[in-house]
Design a protein around this ligand. Structure first.
Ligand code: BGP
Length: 470
């Protein structure tokens, strides 16, 4: 007897910009992700102003999923995937972002991808905007700084909802929407000047994204009432460093900043606390009178989230550090960390599921989880990634407890990077998450051949047993 629902959506997750490659093929325009350089000396990537000669952009080739999707989806099917989370590259559909009519060749690519999934009974789960924005919109309008983005985004949604309404049921409006407050350039291309109030810029952009997301939800439901349209956030489970009430207060405030994003999308309004936070940060939102109604009418159907690690909050400001896609911070003496310093915390996933479900009472979907690691290829070509299996096994155990013992409503689980791809934070290939190895290195060399890691067979039995054989 399985402790998870029978229709539980096991699968894997990727994002268009990190694996498709073919960055300028079939009419595709340039996106912000196409302007992300490889990791520099400090390993953080740099967002360049357009594409510059002599700079290496790993996203340009990705793992060439654009031409390998059939082979890759066949391998997902072999593992028994029930769903596959990917995103639609906005610039395949609207190359500059503000065209009136979409690019038919771009639309056809996703027809092929979704048809291939459906052929195996794999349900596509689509992130509408995953860490990329058409560069044309950045240049011309300043990206999400501008309210005009709402119309470009909803037009994009209208086109893809209509086109794929019989193929795709599960959608998410923005990947890790709360990350705009950590690294705005990656998803939006927004650079914030030293003379600007960082929060004014990011929370104003977020307001535009909230309105756009809410409009998309309403529009999607009108096009197909069966659509399930969710939000997606990065969830940094955070502990107080000690039982000092001041540490507890810091912990609460750290989470308030994250809930700022989910509250609006789930509840459909800014809470009184959110408004106080705006004031305290010196933020004055420019909004239109209709925005309140739009937010109210566009509440999401479920909450998707990514979970990789947990954090520690301290009242001692000297201890707080954060940077890039990596949420570096205070060391938790009870936890081990990945090679990239991400603190591994399976119980934190159970807490996360409880926190979110208690707060919102909406179905949850773990749409990213996993261990980025350097894989060694043995002489016989095999890859024995026991560390990855252990990471996933321990997280799945806690996930099952949250469902079985705590009563959390959970739709599915899609580990990140089910096939090796470009790291969003560092641009590296060597930071791998996949069950499927891709022969490609950080300089872009390799045959792109796919092969199974040990975790491939392991995950296959996990799915076949609905989480009982771990
Ligand atoms: C999330 C992103 C993904 C993915 C993942 C792993 O923040 O939604 O796009 O990349 O993190 O991060 P990284 O690639 O930096 O290891």
């Amino acid at each position: 007897m399985s402790r998870l629902p029978e229709n539980f959506l096991w699968g894997g997750a990727v994002a268009a910009n990190q694996l498709e490659g073919a960055w300028n093929v079939d009419g595709k325009g340039i996106s912000t992700a196409d302007c992300m350089s490889a990791g520099a000396v400090d390993k953080e990537r740099i967002y360049t102003d357009g594409i510059q000669e002599g700079v290496y952009y790993p996203n340009h080739e990705g793992i060439d999923f654009y031409h390998h999707y059939q082979e890759d989806i066949a391998m997902f099917a072999e593992m028994g995937f029930k769903c596959f989370r990917t995103s639609i590259a906005w610039t395949r559909i609207f190359p500059q972002g503000d065209e009136k009519e979409p690019n038919e060749l771009g639309l056809q690519f996703y027809d092929r991808v979704f048809d291939e999934c459906l052929k195996y009974g794999i349900e596509p789960v689509v992130t509408i905007s995953h860490y990329e924005t058409p560069y044309g919109l950045v240049k011309k309008y300043g990206s999400w700084r501008s309210r005009s983005m709402i119309d470009f985004y909803t037009r994009f949604c209208e086109v893809i909802f209509n086109r794929y309404k019989d193929k795709v049921k599960y959608w998410m409006t923005f990947n890790e929407i709360n990350c705009i407050s950590l690294h705005p350039a990656i998803p939006t291309g927004i650079r914030i000047g030293t003379d600007e109030n960082f929060h004014q810029v990011t929370l104003q952009a977020a307001h535009h994204m909230f309105v756009a997301s809410a409009k998309a939800v309403k529009l999607g439901h009108a096009i197909n009432p069966d659509f399930k349209i969710g939000m997606m956030m990065l969830y940094p489970q955070t502990y107080a460093e000690t039982c000092n009430p001041l540490d507890a207060l810091k912990q609460m405030q750290a989470m308030d900043m994250q809930y700022y994003y989910s509250d609006v999308q789930v509840r459909g309004y800014y809470s009184s606390k959110a408004k106080k936070m705006q004031q305290a940060l010196g933020v004055k939102l420019a909004a239109e009178p209709e925005d309140d109604a739009i937010l109210r009418e566009g509440k999401v159907d479920y909450i998707g989230f990514s979970y990789y690690m947990s954090m520690v909050a301290s009242a001692d400001l000297n201890k707080q550090v954060s940077g890039g896609n990596m949420l570096k911070g205070i060391k938790n003496p009870y936890l081990k960390a990945s090679e990239w310093g991400w603190q591994i915390d399976p119980v934190g996933l159970r807490l996360t599921l409880n926190n979110l479900y208690d707060r919102y009472q909406l179905p949850l979907f773990i749409v990213e989880n996993g261990l980025g690691a350097i894989d060694q290829i043995e002489a016989d070509g095999s890859i024995c990634d026991d560390y990855r299996i252990e990471y996933l096994r321990e997280h799945i155990k806690e996930m099952i407890k949250a469902v079985d013992e705590d009563g959390v409503e959970l739709m599915g689980y899609t580990p990140w990077g089910c096939i090796d791809l470009i790291s969003a934070g560092t641009g590296e290939m060597k930071k791998r998450y996949g069950f499927i190895y891709v022969d490609r290195d950080d300089e872009g060399h390799g045959t792109l051949a796919r092969s199974k890691k040990k975790s491939f067979e392991w995950y296959k039995q996990v799915i076949a047993s609905n989480g009982e054989k771990l």
